[in-house]
Design a protein. Sequence first.
Length: 288
Amino acid sequence: MKIIHNINEMQHLCADARMQGQKIGFVPTMGALHEGHLKLVDEARRRSDLVAVSIFVNPTQFGPGEDFEKYPRNLDGDAEKLSARGADVIFNPSAGDMYPQNSLTKIHVDTLTNGLCGAHRPGHFDGVALVVTKLFNIIGPCTAVFGRKDYQQLQVIRQFTKDLNLPVSIVGMPTVREADGLAMSSRNAYLTAEERARALSLSRALTDAHALFANGVALLTIEDHIRNNLIASFDSIDYVTLASPDTLVPLEEAQRPPKVLIAVAARIGATRLIDNTVLGEDAPPIGG
């Protein structure tokens, strides 16, 4: 497995692979890899001949006071995991190479970024859109695999990939969870044992929501159930939103579509956790 830091070298490697008729699978990450990331690598391996994984903690998607400086970084450990999983190349550029001085270009996706995390992290999705577009331009035509835990991010990436006619096929994979239901996240490492135990109320509440929805319970009642469970365990709640899975527009109480996205962001201590499930489509987080 190769580790490449230079943009031109990565572009040439991918171009040479395509010249040889190889299909490229690409998994963009910020490192601190866990089993959720590695499942994405498995899917890229299944769909392609050459698997590339980027590891880049992207400064433009972190806002003031967020955890850019302390975000976990462990390139050697990540490389060991990726090698064991059959990845072919790691792309690990520097921030200076990805964002040369005097860069003036921004990418903004409207509407999809108005609510959910977009409302609480101004500029976050502009940073995501810019770095992913740059990565897609470096890798070139490929199949890119993302997790659905970052559901809004996935929809934003699908949108700008289509709008900009990028030659990339986007694949979304189910959220990978611990045995007790907690969604895997690099930020879980910030939690103390006591905080982690409290965090389990999130996946439990989402599991309850599936049963309530199947029994015809009103959407507002489902939302209240989730919120009340989180109030008892989390220190603060950014949002609990029931929305269209496609448009991310919040649903009215009287609406009863066949599929409903429940998206949640809440904080325990300084750690912000997100999770989601699609009622009518996903299996419940626990016992599903």
